[in-house]
Design a protein around this ligand. Structure first.
Ligand code: NOJ
Length: 740
């Protein structure tokens, strides 16, 4: 009895002390803890190892991870998976002197168990709510599987489809990219860190990784200060504004200085000018790799340069834990810098509530309930439908006529659910990935007959399967072809010098097309591909990217018109490899190509300047008209607002959505400005014959740019305003003047 009451008192006291602790401001708790830590324990917080599960780079030789954890020499792990495993590993941290919980991070890039479309596909939806929801669901599942942190979103702008990692980003445009960065950060982090369905976001790769020379992964980046600020930095700033808890630096060097050791990027811009209070993790071994860059003579000097430059955590590089103590002792690294990095990391651990309960995310029951939930599949289906871009639809072949009774499905990707997972999904289950064939089967439900032939493999050079494919096509009322890349032909270290549709797939299309049958081509890929034969000859083309778990169902819905496609390309599609880098927001040059005369103009003698498909392009089963453009004034004062109104009408016979895009061109400025820059857009839904009046507002922010001295601001003068449904299809335009 006595024992019981004294135990109760003890428990209540512990609970009370815990509660009292929780009431203290996080910074105070961080400082109190920091004061108890030895230098080695501090450096331990800056150290991150991978589990043995997945290696996307060299594994640093380290003695015994679990022993390191017990000794407080490790602050975080990546690639630990699931509620059970994270709990087991966290137990080791609870055996350390100060019981500082570990952070568990992983690449949750486009969904966790339920796989969503690859990020570039989702960017094609131009639907910020859908994108936020996809990140929200990924976070809900990841957090239920014991994770605290996702290494996403990748907010790197890229103008080079050879670069395999275009698949992970939001395309080429800094404005669209910034809005998507925000949506993803908000989605991952939910209402607040500490909620059981929120994970820390990580804006990566800081910075300019997407400008790798010649599109070769990890390659050097050599860009102007202007390009850095105008093109590559805006989505990172947007991520800071959205409250991204962490940043990841990058493998590339920027004009000679590796991003990981780049003080200008990390200390001056990120932590200085932008006052970022989260922490920066290195990319995989990127600290140690500064030796190979030729920027450090050994690991120790690499560690010194990285910490001085503002890299807080060392991912799988073993550089900090092996060198920082000594560097502090030698006076090369002030301990105050280590303290600053530790504080940033501990703050997040407190915010996540890990000091109250280090196992709060590791709950197997919750994990079982949450992963793969029905409503997650529903959202994945909607996201997939919205990600599909209709590139061509001759004679309104689509949506398919339901009276057609024999449908041929041909091509190496027709029956592949496996490839629908896309480039960066590692937690999917095979039975959760619906192929095109399965999607069609479910849709038709016996009401039409599906005929199938593979035709060839994705990278085949043999045409042996063509005869069967042609015969199958002959028997059908219409042919649906599924071609493209394998799931792993894009992504990290998957740059390609030749981005045409691989193997003999276009020849297969040609052979099938020769039957005279109508052919719908679905292109599945993680990047823009070149497919000039198909573009010219297919009757209809859908660019489906990799759509995730619900891929086949989404494609079937679009093919039969149960969803009217509304996607728009977030990146320019070249027609020739030699056009790369190609992008819509170029500057005019002194010899722009206008009219037909090509002599001594900025052009190619063997190919048009025009892309195959422009940024912002995408068709619908219906059509839209835009009219009655009005400005609230023709002269705008710098602090004023200009209202732009116009009418959009659905002139076709299907209900549908249009992405209305607003572009500006500053005609004359102290620095030549791009011919067009996306400054706003709206996605609107209209029933047939329905009209809506839309309004955009133009203010100083939309008219500002970095002047010659790289100061952000406006200059008085004339602007051209363009409204259209693609960067190359402007339907309304007018000019206005900005006065001081
Ligand atoms: C290297 C990649 O560049 C990065 O994006 C990823 O988060 C890490 N590996 C961890 O897997």
């Amino acid at each position: 009895m006595v024992l019981k009451s004294s135990l109760t008192i003890t428990f209540s006291l512990v609970a009370f002390l815990g509660f009292a602790q929780k009431l203290k401001p996080v910074d105070q708790r961080v400082d109190e803890l920091l004061a108890k830590m030895t230098l080695v324990e501090k450096i331990g917080q800056l150290n991150q190892y991978t589990s043995d599960r997945l290696a996307t780079g060299p594994i640093a030789p380290n003695s015994n991870k679990f022993n390191d954890i017990k000794q407080g020499r490790l602050g975080s792990m990546l690639n630990v998976e699931g509620a059970k495993e994270t709990r087991m590993v966290q137990e080791y941290a609870m055996q350390s002197r100060l019981k500082i919980p570990l952070l568990f991070g992983r690449d949750v890039i486009h969904g966790y168990r339920v796989t969503f479309p690859v990020p570039l596909a989702e960017a094609s939806s131009w639907d910020l709510n859908a994108i936020e929801l996809s990140a929200r669901i990924a976070a809900t599942e990841a957090a239920a599987a014991g994770l605290h942190w996702t290494f996403a979103p990748m907010v790197d702008i890229s103008r080079d489809p050879r670069w395999g990692r275009v698949v992970e980003g939001a395309g080429e445009d800094p404005y669209l990219g910034s809005l998507i960065a925000k949506a993803r950060v908000k989605g991952f982090q939910g209402k607040q860190l500490g909620d059981l369905d929120a994970v820390m976001a990580c804006a990566k790769h800081f910075a300019a990784y997407g400008a790798a020379i010649a599109g070769r992964d990890y390659n050097s980046v050599d860009i102007s200060e202007r390009a850095l600020w105008e093109i590559y930095l805006p989505p990172f700033k947007a991520a800071v504004d959205a409250g991204a808890a962490t940043f990841m630096n990058s493998f590339n060097d920027l004009n000679g200085i590796p991003a990981t050791g780049n003080k200008y990027l990390q200390r001056d811009i990120l932590k200085g000018k932008w006052q970022y209070s989260g922490f920066v993790v290195s990319d995989w071994a990127s600290i140690a790799e500064m030796v190979a860059h030729g920027y450090a003579k050994d690991k120790s000097q690499a560690a010194e340069r990285a910490i001085l430059a503002g890299s807080d955590m060392d991912m799988e590089g073993n550089a900090y834990i092996s060198s920082l103590s000594n560097l502090v002792k030698l006076g090369k690294v002030p301990e105050s810098l280590i303290d600053d990095a530790v504080r940033r990391i501990l703050r997040k651990k407190f915010e996540l509530g890990l000091f109250e309960d280090p196992f709060r995310f590791s709950d197997e029951k919750r994990e079982k309930k949450v992963l793969g939930a029905q409503e997650h599949h529903k959202a994945a289906l909607e996201a997939a439908e919205k990600s599909i871009v209709l590139l061509k639809n001759e004679n309104q072949l689509l949506p398919l006529d339901r009276t057609m009774k024999k449908i041929a499905v041909i091509g190496p990707l027709a029956k592949s659910g496996y490839d629908m997972r896309g480039a960066w999904s590692v937690y999917w289950k095979d039975d959760h990935l619906v192929s095109l064939y399965e999607g069609l089967q479910a849709k038709l439900n016996g009401k039409a007959q599906l005929l199938y032939a593979k035709g060839c493999g994705i990278e085949d050079t043999s045409t042996a399967g063509f005869t069967e494919a042609v015969e199958t096509a002959r028997k059908a009322d219409v042919v649906i072809m599924a071609v493209g890349e394998k799931w792993d032909m894009s992504g990290e270290a998957k740059s390609r010098s030749d981005i045409r549709i691989p193997g003999v797939q276009e020849e297969l299309i040609e052979a099938v097309k020769a039957t005279g049958k109508k052919v719908v081509v679905l292109v599945m890929a993680g990047r823009p591909l070149i497919f000039n034969y198909t573009a010219a000859n297919a009757d209809a083309i859908l660019y489906t990217w990799f759509l995730g778990s619900e891929a086949g169902n989404a494609m079937a819905n679009v093919l039969y018109g149960d969803y009217n496609p509304s996607g728009k390309l977030p990146i320019t599609f070249p027609r020739a490899q030699g056009q790369i880098p190609i992008y819509y927001n170029y500057r005019n040059t002194g010899r722009p190509l206008t009219g037909k005369d090509m002599s001594y103009k900025s052009a190619y003698i063997d190919v048009s300047n025009k892309p195959a498909y422009a940024f912002g392009y995408g068709l619908s089963y219906t059509s839209f008209s835009m009219s009655n453009l009005q400005l609230s004034k023709k002269d705008l004062k710098t602090d004023g607002t200009l209202k732009v109104t116009f009418t959009i009408t659905n002139t076709g016979k299907y209900s549908g959505e249009e992405v209305v895009q607003l572009y500006l061109h500053d005609l004359v400025a102290s620095v030549a400005r791009p011919v067009k820059e996306l400054k706003d857009f709206q996605k609107v839904k209209l029933a047939p014959n329905e009209s809506k009046t839309l309004t955009f507002e133009i203010d100083k922010e939309k008219l500002s740019f970095y002047n010659e001295a790289m100061h952000w601001g406006t200059e008085p003068g004339e602007f051209k305003l363009m409204i259209g449904n693609s960067s190359d299809n402007i339907l309304l335009e007018t000019n206005f003047v900005l006065n001081n």
